[in-house]
Write a protein that binds this ligand. Sequence first.
Ligand code: UDP
Ligand code: MG
Length: 313
Amino acid sequence: MLLSVIVPCYNEAAVIEATHQRLLEVLDGGSIALEIIYVDDGSSDSTLTLIRGFHHQDSRAKVLALSRNFGHQIAVTAGLEQARGDAVVIIDADLQDPPEVILEMLEAWRQGCDVAYGQRTDREQESWFKLVSASLFYRLLNRLSDTPIPLDTGDFRLMDRRVVEAIKLMPERDRFLRGMVSWVGFTQQAIPYRRAARHAGETKYPLSKMLRFATDGIVSFSAKPLKLATWVGVVISSLAVIGILYAIGMRLFTDHWVSGWTFLSVAILFLGGIQLLFLGIIGEYIARIYQQGKERPLYLVADSQGFDDEQDA
Ligand code: UDP
Ligand code: MG
C-alpha cells in the first residue's frame, strides 16, 4: 500500500523545510509506504532548489516543476496525475493543514471511506473579512449548485485511488477541485480540524484570485445565474404592465396625464444596467466555453525528479 501526499508550492521557501520535516515526522515509519510529491507552481524564489534538496536526501520526496505559475488548482491536478498511491492526500505547503490530521484520514480510509475531507472547525488568525466572505460564499454556492459541497472545507483531503481516477477523467479547465470531488460521490466523511495560522510567508491568494476562484466555483457548478435573467425579466415586465394600465387609466378616467422625464430616464438606466449585467454573466459562461474549446493542455512540466517515467532528469 502506498500513500501519496501532494504539496502544491508557490514561493514557499520560507516554510517548505518546516513542512517537509513535519510531514516526515508524522508519516515516517507508519504502516503505509510514502511518496511526497512537491509541485512547484512556477516559484520565483528558492522553493524549487529546496525541494530538489529533499529529493536528493530522500527519494520518497518527488519534484514536479511546472513551466510557470498555473495556479493552485492546476498544480494540485498535476500532482494527482503523477500520484501512484492507493490513497492520495492534498495538503497546503504552509502548515495551515496540520499533518497529524492525515493519520485520522488514513484511519477513516481503512474503515472503508473513499474521501476523508478536512472540515475547519476553527481558523486561527484569519481576517474577519476572509471568515465572513468565505462563509457567505459557501452558503451561496450550495444554494446554486446541484452538487452539495460541504461547508468549511478546503482541498485538504484524502482520496481513494478510484476517486483520483474519476477526477482524472474530468477535463475541465476551470477547476474547483473541492466541488469536483463532491460530484464524484462514493462514501465521503468529514474529519474536523482546527485550521492553523500560516507558519511563515504570505498568502498566495490575494483578493483578486479569491474572487476568480469564487466565480469558478459558481460558474462550474451551476447554470442558475443564466436563468436568473428570465426571472428578473418577468418581474420587470410585470411592473411595466402595471405602469401601462395605470397610465391608460389616468388618461381615460381623470383629467391628469402621467408625466415626468425623471421616471423615464431612471427606468431606461435601470433596464440598461440590468441588461449589461446579464450580458456579463452570459459572457462568463461563454468565455469558459471558448477556453475549453481551445483544448490546450492544462499545464506544462518543465522538469521532474523521482518519477518512473522521467520527463527530464
Ligand atoms: N499555491 C499554488 N499556486 C498559486 C497559489 C497558491 O500552488 O498560484 C499554493 C500555495 O503554495 C499553498 C496553497 O496553494 O500551498 C494555498 O495557498 P495559500 O496558503 O497562499 O492560500 P490561503 O491559505 O491563504 O487561502
Ligand atoms: Mg494557506
